[in-house]
Design a protein around this ligand. Structure first.
Ligand SMILES: Nc1ncnc2c1ncn2[C@@H]1O[C@H](COP(=O)(O)OP(=O)(O)OP(=O)(O)O)[C@@H](O)[C@H]1O
Length: 259
């Protein structure tokens, strides 16, 4: 088997006496779409913070490909090829949609936020910005101030910013939170399109999204992974039903070919 895109080894995080992440070990393969699910307060966002460098682990390690990333700063990890979105939107409200995406593209090129030193890169930056706006279906809204967008479009812009740097590993934290059913359906199609060929790790509470999108699912309860596997196995897992899914499991859709 190839080197995992992301490899987490015996990861622990304590806040004072509280053990929030407890011995998490997980390999995620290149191109895999992996969901982390679990009850409120289970530690899902903390796990994302540990992977993306916002928190330092108390112990254990995280590797991106064959490079160790745990202990490094978030912006360094980002440049190494891992990008994450946030539950609370990360966009610049006063800038246009295009400017927001362009900033993210420039940042990934190491040019620094919103300034370019090398004018020769500009064409490339504009092309890349246009390509991303096209992928997420926002080219028509490129000139609008981000603050004027409806909520669902702001979340879409957040995804555009997250993929803008061309990272191979994308972490999305509750990308469909607060969306209506139809907005969620559109967002899922967009996520599939925007992350094709990349490795996706998603924290999500909407189980129809999770079971429709994922190749594999890990269930986090009290900071521990109690089960990890393809959707069908997770749906049928007695421990998972008891701790989290309950009877909801019966009605969940499956990604084609995953069962
Ligand atoms: N910086 C921090 N300092 C102290 N405790 C924290 C900190 N960050 C998170 N926690 C605690 O860690 C636990 C897990 O929180 P976390 O936000 O990771 O859970 P979650 O699974 O993402 O929850 P939700 O589904 O509600 O977003 C909670 O009890 C939270 O209060």
């Amino acid at each position: 088997m190839s080197t995992p895109a992301l490899s987490i080894r015996d990861l622990n995080k304590n806040f004072g006496p509280a053990e929030i992440i407890r011995g998490v070990t997980l390999d995620i393969q290149p191109g895999e779409r992996h969901a982390i699910i679990g009850p409120n307060g289970a530690g899902k966002s903390t796990l994302f913070n540990l992977i993306s460098g916002l928190h330092r682990p108390t112990s254990g390690s995280v590797h991106l490909g064959d490079q160790k990333i745990s202990g490094r700063k978030a912006h360094v990890i980002n440049r190494m090829g891992l990008s994450r979105s946030f539950q609370v939107s990360n966009i610049f409200a006063n800038m246009t949609v295009r400017e927001n995406v362009r900033c993210a593209v420039l940042w990934s090129l190491g040019t620094g936020y919103c300034f370019w030193r090398n004018i020769g890169n500009l064409r490339h930056v504009q092309d890349r910005t246009a390509e991303i706006l096209e992928t997420v279906g926002m080219i028509d809204k490129a000139a609008l101030p981000a603050a004027s967008l409806p909520y669902a479009d702001q979340r879409t812009l957040e995804i555009a910013i997250t993929i803008a740097g061309g990272a191979d590993v994308i972490l999305l934290d509750e990308p469909t939170a607060g969306m209506s059913h139809s907005e969620t359906e559109r967002a899922v199609a967009l996520i599939e399109r925007a992350t094709r060929g990349k490795t996706l790790i998603i924290v999500e509470h909407d189980m129809s999204v999770v079971f429709g999108l994922s190749d594999r699912i890990s269930v986090l309860v009290y900071g521990e992974i109690i089960a990890s596997g393809p959707p069908e196995a997770i749906r049928g897992d007695a421990k998972v039903r008891e701790a989290y899914l309950g009877d909801e499991a019966e009605d969940l859709p499956m990604v084609e070919g995953a069962a």
